[in-house]
Design a protein around this ligand. Structure first.
Ligand code: G3H
Length: 478
């Protein structure tokens, strides 16, 4: 069937022998936009074998050559930003401009990774034995960083290109090979991105992309004995994977309920602007989105007014028009968001706008006077709905933040840097932003969550290190 996108294995585009496909529904039209192959477990086995043998050769390829190829693919990716962005618009309803930004950011990430890789992998350590009690100076220890092997990369729907390359590029520069399992929504964008690697001329089998149903190949992939490391970004599935995975390094970036703590002395215009950007960009479908506002009662009315005025200016519509608010990724997601909204309504939250939904398109909504008994106080909608909890002390805000299952990022707005630092120390999250909305980038910054928000730390440098293992050689003198 010529209409079904092929999967990529051993340097070739292939049709699955299962003769089955998976439909990708356009979130805006709610009609099938694309189809991808439903790969079988047998095909996954073959991919694992070729990834393993390709990795052995790649590890012996000089570091500068690996970097050169990565710079090449970065350029090809950027040259092809338009067709890839078009897929992002159709598959995940990302606003047109943001879709282009995602691809360009991905190219930059790959180049940075190549540069960082040649630096940090180009040096090792030299240790001598006589610093430890009882030893003479008779042992010299040389350390270097060696690849882990085959990395299984599983990115989420919200950045199918960028959060794929944030795993692929560190893996490759460090001498690993890749098996990529893209999200269903976003799979075609990911296949286009993989085609750029194909065009750049990476060796056969080094990078592979299998598509299919999670129910058929999900566990099969994550439990596969050929996998030496899993880098996953997404939701609860990551917790399930972590519980079942074998003795391999895991990098997990899961959900967040990023709090925005607003003190009495905060610049409320700055806060309102950051709430709009942080809470509503890509319709709130970011793990780092502002997901709860914890504002001091004395400035709450003023802040809510400012945010309301800005919400009224957000454009709502299809991603092709570059609307600010676009349809959420699926009907089930829209239904879930609606469930949170109805629960808040029933429990007495103040609706700053009328709740409105057409298909998967949900109008931006600010819910004031949210209380801890409402689901939206704790759960992440992954949609354009933002709760405001009024607090009477900073401690109350910190307590709410730390009582969450999540601990990805948080932010605090105040002009008092001393208070900001104390609050940052008290917030149990991977990152605290002072006077700005949470965000993962710039992409070389460490990025990590605690509790249910993840395992390990990302960012270019940390990912390269995480995808390597220290190897030592000890020279014993007579
Ligand atoms: O959805 C999770 C992403 O890692 C967030 O990235 O802060 O650049 O939107 P972002």
């Amino acid at each position: 069937d010529g209409d079904v996108y092929k999967y990529y294995a051993d340097g070739e585009w292939k049709k699955s022998s299962s003769n089955k496909s998976v439909a990708i529904i356009n979130p805006t039209t709610r009609k099938t936009e694309y189809k991808v192959q439903a790969c079988s477990q047998e095909e996954v086995n073959k991919v694992m074998d070729s990834a393993k043998s390709a990795q052995k050769l790649w590890a012996k390829t000089p570091l500068w050559k690996r970097a050169e190829l990565l710079h090449k693919v970065a350029a090809i990716l950027k040259e092809n930003k338009a067709p890839i962005a078009e897929c992002l618009v159709k598959e995940i309803a990302k606003p047109a401009k943001d879709a282009v930004t995602e691809v360009v950011r991905s190219g930059d990430l790959i180049s940075y990774c190549a540069e960082e890789g040649v630096r940090i992998l180009g040096e090792g350590k030299f240790l001598v034995s006589d610093s430890f009690p009882g030893n003479e100076r008779t042992k010299y220890c040389l350390t270097s960083k060696i690849p882990l092997g085959v990395i299984l990369a599983i990115p989420p729907f919200n950045y199918p290109v960028n959060l794929a390359v944030s795993k692929i590029a560190p893996a490759l520069i460090a001498g690993n090979s890749i098996v990529l399992k893209p999200p269903t929504q976003g799979a075609v964008s990911a296949l286009h991105m993989v085609h750029c690697f194909h065009l750049a001329g990476f060796p056969k089998g080094l990078i592979n992309c299998v598509t299919g149903k999670g129910s058929e190949i999900g566990d099969f992939l994550t439990l596969h004995p050929g996998v030496n490391c899993i880098s996953f970004t997404g939701g609860d599935t990551g917790i399930a994977i972590s519980k079942k995975a074998g003795m391999i390094p895991l990098q997990m970036e899961l959900g967040g309920k990023d709090a925005c703590i607003v003190l009495e002395d905060a610049d409320l215009d700055l806060v309102a602007a950051n709430i709009i950007k942080g809470g509503f960009s890509y319709s709130g479908q970011r793990c780092t989105a502002v997901k709860v506002i914890l504002v001091m009662e004395s400035v709450a009315d003023a802040l809510v007014e400012k945010v309301k005025a800005k919400v009224a200016k957000l454009s709502v519509g299809p991603p092709e028009n570059d609307s600010d608010i676009t349809p959420v990724v699926s009907e089930s997601s829209a239904n879930f968001i609606e469930g949170l909204v109805l629960d808040a309504k029933q429990k007495g939250a103040t609706f700053c706008q009328e709740y409105k939904r057409e298909g998967n398109l949900i109008w931006p909504l600010l819910l004031d006077n949210v209380r801890p008994d409402m689901r939206i106080a704790w759960e992440e909608p992954f949609g354009p709905v933002l709760p405001v909890i009024r607090i009477n002390s900073v401690e109350e805000g910190i307590h709410h933040c730390n009582a969450s299952n999540f601990g990805l990022q948080g932010c605090v707005f105040t002009k008092d840097i001393n208070k900001a630092m104390l609050i940052s120390d008290a917030m149990e999250t991977g990152t605290v932003q002072i006077n700005s909305a949470p965000a993962r980038g710039p992409d070389h910054f460490p990025f990590q969550g605690i509790r249910d928000s993840g395992i390990g730390s990302q960012g270019i440098t940390n990912s390269i290190n995480m995808m390597t293992k220290v190897k030592t050689t000890v020279i014993n003198l007579p």
